[in-house]
Design a binder for this molecule. Structure first.
Ligand SMILES: *[C@@H]1O[C@H](CO)[C@@H](O)[C@H](O)[C@H]1NC(C)=O
Ligand SMILES: *[C@@H]1O[C@H](CO)[C@@H](O)[C@H](O)[C@H]1NC(C)=O
Ligand SMILES: *[C@@H]1O[C@H](CO)[C@@H](O)[C@H](O)[C@H]1NC(C)=O
Ligand SMILES: *[C@@H]1O[C@H](CO)[C@@H](O)[C@H](O)[C@H]1NC(C)=O
Ligand SMILES: *[C@@H]1O[C@H](CO)[C@@H](O)[C@H](O)[C@H]1NC(C)=O
Length: 451
């Protein structure tokens, strides 16, 4: 457990949860509820305003119990007044008033119903956490057919003594009617990546790459060997989020996670994953429309610290293309930069990525849309300007007044057509996904991400 988590738990246990009487207590702190799709259980939108990020007004009914009696301790408590999808930092404390009668702590039960203001059911949770730890945190992801799961993040603390025989933490859970049942989804350790989120389904799930700060990411479990953690994605779904933002903004996550949406996990989080002792591989999927154009694999993916300019390292499985393509330098080994923080590699007059935009702007310097990247070869930029394919065609014409370079990744070796470092193709759906399973288990023709 990281220092951050420990201090968080101590804050939780000592700072917030001061029980009124000195007898036994059991309390949970609901930290976050996330309803990413803005849909209620039956799949309908809870609001006629269907712009991205608009969620449901949420009313919570439920209770927690360390012992056998599970009473609703509150009914229709309003959590959010607007339609926010994500309800962060709830800090809603739920007490079990019967905890004082519990002889030993073997875990607890949780039952919540989330409803909209007019009574539509958003989701229901009913699960048991079997544990003898007297404090912990976990995340529970439900399954809602046809729509994204809702996530609840709660912490617990108790002073009820555990039974003398030590048992381990096990969590069982179900989503009761009207929902399907789901196997256990989490343990008390905060998951740092999608592999550690105990779920069997793909969808938005909460991970804690730095050990304590929740980030909602898309977890893809289509490969039965393990989960992909999506650290970057671009596409035409959801909000049209610009990646043309200052260097400093790339440190933390931004955007919106989900298939075909625009999301960046953040360089600090990528660095945290790089130093957590696991070995990650990177898969890059490049799509034009629904067509998979290329899939690239890199092992030993790492992003260095901020002081080391978040330099990228990895080993390409195919040399000379993608991040391993070299002009005067490669993206592998390059620091992260935007045009404004970019320092030209030796012997290279201009980075193609920027030259195009500058020319588009009459040579007047930065115009728009280039985004931050590990500009080593200047042949690639998955954070470039997103523009939709033209009837399935993703080719880019230089100096066209509207078509900019866009989202590039070299899939060919050597200098590209016209002497450029860029392939002159701009993808309109891409993603960067981290995984820990063996790369031989990957079907390189799998185009499911593009559909
Ligand atoms: C709630 O607690 C009261 C008081 O102990 C008890 O009489 C009642 O049966 C409980 N309800 C449920 C549903 O357990
Ligand atoms: C958790 O505890 C409940 C109630 O004691 C029990 O019915 C259930 O089997 C336990 N689950 C596991 C996985 O041990
Ligand atoms: C995560 O990254 C941040 C920023 O670099 C750093 O301060 C923090 O210590 C890291 N946490 C872990 C657990 O590596
Ligand atoms: C960049 O981050 C700063 C500080 O968090 C924020 O105020 C600003 O809106 C962000 N800018 C963009 C373009 O996202
Ligand atoms: C995103 O917004 C920009 C600027 O408004 C626009 O030019 C572009 O076509 C939009 N892209 C998509 C994919 O909608």
């Amino acid at each position: 457990m990281s220092k951050e988590t420990v201090s968080l738990l101590l804050t939780f246990a000592c700072g917030i949860l001061v029980s009124a009487d000195t007898s036994q207590y059991f309390q949970v702190l609901i930290r976050e509820i996330d309803n990413p799709s803005g849909n209620i259980f039956d799949g309908t939108s809870c609001s006629p305003f269907r712009f991205t990020g608009y969620g449901c007004n949420t009313y919570l009914t439920g209770g927690v119990a360390a012992g056998p009696t599970l009473n609703n301790s509150f009914t229709n408590t309003q959590l959010n007044f607007h339609g926010e999808t994500k309800i962060d930092n709830l800090n809603l404390i739920v007490n079990d008033i019967y905890a004082k009668d519990v002889s030993e702590f073997t875990g607890f039960s949780v039952s919540f119903i989330l409803k909209t203001a007019d009574g539509g059911i958003i989701d229901e949770y009913s699960f048991r956490v079997n544990t003898t730890e007297n404090q912990g945190v976990y995340v529970y992801n439900s399954v809602r057919p046809g729509t994204l799961s809702t996530t609840i993040s709660i912490a617990w603390a108790t002073n009820i003594p555990p039974p003398s025989e030590t048992t381990t933490t096990e969590i069982t859970g179900t989503t009761p009617t009207p929902g399907p049942t789901e196997p256990p989804t989490t343990t008390a350790k905060l998951p740092s990546d999608c592999d550690e989120v105990e779920s069997t389904s793909s969808g938005l799930q909460t991970i804690y790459p730095d050990g304590s700060t929740p980030v909602s990411v898309y977890c893809d479990r289509k490969n039965s060997a393990g989960a992909y953690t999506i650290i970057q994605s671009r596409g035409r779904e959801g909000s049209n989020i610009t990646f043309d933002i200052p260097f400093a903004n790339y440190s933390d996550w931004f955007g919106e996670s989900g298939v075909g949406k625009n999301f960046w996990l953040g360089l600090d989080n990528m660095n945290n994953l790089s130093t957590n002792g696991k070995t990650y591989s990177l898969q890059i999927d490049l799509c034009c429309g629904t067509q998979l154009m290329a899939k690239q694999l890199y092992t030993n993916f790492k992003v260095a610290t901020k002081a080391e300019q978040y330099a990228l390292t990895a080993s390409a499985d195919l040399p000379g293309i993608g991040l391993d393509y070299s002009s005067s330098a490669k993206d592998l080994g390059a620091p992260f930069s935007t045009q404004l923080t970019y320092s030209l590699p030796k012997g290279k007059a201009e980075c193609d990525q920027f030259e195009f935009y500058d020319d588009d702007n009459g040579g007047a310097g930065p115009s728009k849309g280039y985004g931050g990247w590990w500009y080593g070869s200047c042949g690639n930029n998955l954070n470039g300007f997103l523009y939709p394919n033209n009837n399935g065609d993703c080719s880019v014409t230089k100096f066209d007044s509207t078509l900019l370079l866009g989202i590039n990744m070299r899939t060919t070796t050597g200098t590209a057509t016209g002497g450029y470092d860029v392939d002159l193709i701009s993808y309109d759906r891409v993603r960067m996904a981290l995984f820990t399973f063996d790369t031989t288990l990957i079907d390189r023709t799998d185009s499911s991400f593009c559909n």
